[in-house]
Write a protein of this length. Structure first.
Length: 223
């Protein structure tokens, strides 16, 4: 069970990748085909949301891929194969409660372990997305991925990052899409978005990321 937590946490640490794949330490577990990233499991492929010309990086593990550029993109996509225990939890709890349980025990637990004071700001179950998806927004003190950007102004106060997460199930896999709200970190002095506006921005970006995914037939995934 702890493998879920460890693999998701791996998505939060970036090393150079994608365009520098000639070096062994930066080779991908999955593969890049043109403008698409193909997961190691063969369960999906996704149109890459960053450009190498803008410092775009693609970093992955067998279960998580992270996309980042030098400007305002930091997004990850986790895809976990459900084992017998996970399938039992789903059958026992039902889809909505299973996704809440999964997020609480694996995703949010990782954030809390890494960022003291991390909390869920709000969550909503949306039946119309992927036959049932969980949309969560969480606040992460010290959890921004944009602290190294020139436009990020550090202060003595710990900056609280905001991240949106979309969880759903498909053909025996649990998917977790996660995006940090870049404007909150990079527009510190002029930033004036309300919570509702933040939620809508993240919702749209998560759905745009979801729209980039092509789910591959399970015959392909088996290979």
């Amino acid at each position: 069970m702890s493998s879920f937590r460890l693999l998701f946490l791996a998505s939060l640490t970036l090393v150079p990748g994608w365009v520098a794949t000639t070096h062994a330490q930066t080779r991908l577990a999955g593969r890049v085909e043109g403008t698409h990233y193909v997961s190691p499991s063969g369960a999906y492929k996704i149109s890459i949301p960053v450009l190498p010309e803008l410092g775009g990086k693609v970093v992955d593990t067998p279960d998580v891929v992270t996309f980042e550029d030098d400007f305002n993109v930091h997004a990850s996509l986790a895809c976990f194969k459900m084992d017998a225990t996970q399938r039992w939890e789903h059958e026992t709890r039902g889809r909505r409660d299973y996704l809440v349980w999964f997020f609480t025990n694996f995703v949010q637990a990782d954030f809390q372990g890494r960022f003291a004071g991390a909390k869920v700001e709000s969550a909503k179950y949306i039946p119309a997305i992927e036959e049932g998806a969980l949309l969560c927004y969480n606040l992460l003190p010290g959890g921004t991925m944009f602290a190294d950007r020139p436009s990020f102004s550090a202060t003595e106060e710990i900056f609280v990052a905001k991240r949106g997460n979309l969880l759903f199930m498909r053909e025996g896999f649990v998917y977790v899409l996660s995006i940090e709200l870049a404007e909150r970190a990079l527009e510190r002095r002029s930033y004036d978005k309300t919570v509702a506006e933040e939620d809508e921005i993240l919702r749209k970006r998560l759905l745009e990321l979801l729209g980039r995914i092509t789910f591959l037939p399970q015959t392909a995934a088996a290979k």
